[in-house]
Design a protein around this ligand. Structure first.
Ligand SMILES: NC(=O)c1ccc[n+]([C@@H]2O[C@H](COP(=O)([O-])OP(=O)(O)OC[C@H]3O[C@@H](n4cnc5c(N)ncnc54)[C@H](OP(=O)(O)O)[C@@H]3O)[C@@H](O)[C@H]2O)c1
Length: 267
């Protein structure tokens, strides 16, 4: 049986830009009420103005800050009621070799990409379990399945998101709460400009980048169809398949991809 998104309350982290913003538009199109959360309230307000009705609620929140998280969740519940769907989307990357990743980059990736989704899940689960209904949608990445050098720390945080999703799904079996994983491949968003790097000169990823709208459609379709896991882009699907057959070949391919698309300043 599918999951009817009409009038559902969907809380999206990182909704001011890229995949999160496009997902807010797509859930809104599906008839949901959307809580759009991020740090940039001006961009969220712009999104709400664009969608132009009271089914969008922009909320300023640094998701890594426990007090801001609690405050945003309180405001969201006050406005719309209990959350039906949580989309853990906010994320950030440092394109750096592991041994040159500065502690502040490491800290930021660990807090934003993995500790915050866990905290958000802990915050919304009790109300979902009580109602025996809800969805947790975690945004991981193709590199969560197959790491890439010079993004190995980021890859590890995304692998943690993927693993967390599988573990949570097993823990919540039979509770009525769906746990879904979406692994985008290279997507044309400000992600690459927002990223920082220590030793990577440039980042030139694949030609077949998805648009954030394509990813958002896949996310909303996953919600509707209760699809447990979706991997996007042809390259993304291919490398995940190759890894299942041979780690050695998959590693060799990703080594070449990193060499070509992320040349370093030093060796
Ligand atoms: N683009 C890709 O190629 C790609 C591929 C695979 C997976 N992904 C994943 O997809 C997700 C979305 O990425 P994107 O490509 O849409 O990137 P993006 O355009 O850079 O968007 C990132 C979002 O995260 C928010 N954010 C960052 N730090 C935050 C914080 N401390 N608190 C709250 N929100 C925060 C940003 O909003 P504010 O700055 O306003 O807070 C922004 O809305 C991420 O998890 C990313 O890892 C992206």
């Amino acid at each position: 049986m599918g999951y009817d998104l009409k009038d559902r309350i969907v809380f999206i982290t990182g909704a001011s830009s890229g995949i999160g913003r496009a997902s807010a538009v797509e859930y809104h199109r599906a008839g949901s009420r959307v809580v759009a959360a991020a740090r940039s309230l001006d961009k969220l307000q712009e999104l709400a103005d664009q969608l132009g009705d009271d089914r969008v609620f922009p909320v300023a929140m640094d998701v890594t800050d426990p007090a801001q998280r609690d405050d945003a969740l309180d405001k969201s519940r006050e406005r719309f009621g209990p959350i039906d769907v949580l989309v853990n989307n906010a994320g950030w990357a440092s394109f750096s070799s592991i041994y040159r990743t500065p502690p502040e980059h490491l800290d930021r990736m660990l807090k934003l990409n993995i500790a915050s989704p866990i905290a958000m899940i802990q915050a919304v689960l009790p109300e979902m379990l009580e109602r025996r209904s809800g969805q947790i949608v975690n945004i991981s990445s193709v590199v969560g399945n197959q790491p890439i050098p010079r993004m190995a720390v980021y890859s590890a945080t995304k692998a943690a998101v993927s693993s967390l999703t599988t573990g949570l799904r097993m823990e919540l079996k039979g509770t009525g709460v769906d746990v879904l994983l979406v692994c985008p491949g290279s997507t044309n968003t400000p992600f690459f400009e927002s990223a920082e790097s220590i030793d990577v000169k440039a980042v030139r990823f694949s030609k077949s980048q998805y648009s954030p709208e394509q990813v958002a459609r896949a996310i909303v379709q996953s919600s509707r169809r209760r699809r447990r896991e979706v991997t996007l882009t042809v390259e993304g699907k291919l490398i995940s398949l190759i890894r299942r057959l041979s780690h050695r070949i998959a590693d060799a391919i990703m080594y070449q991809v990193a060499k070509r698309s992320m040349p370093t300043l030093k060796t």
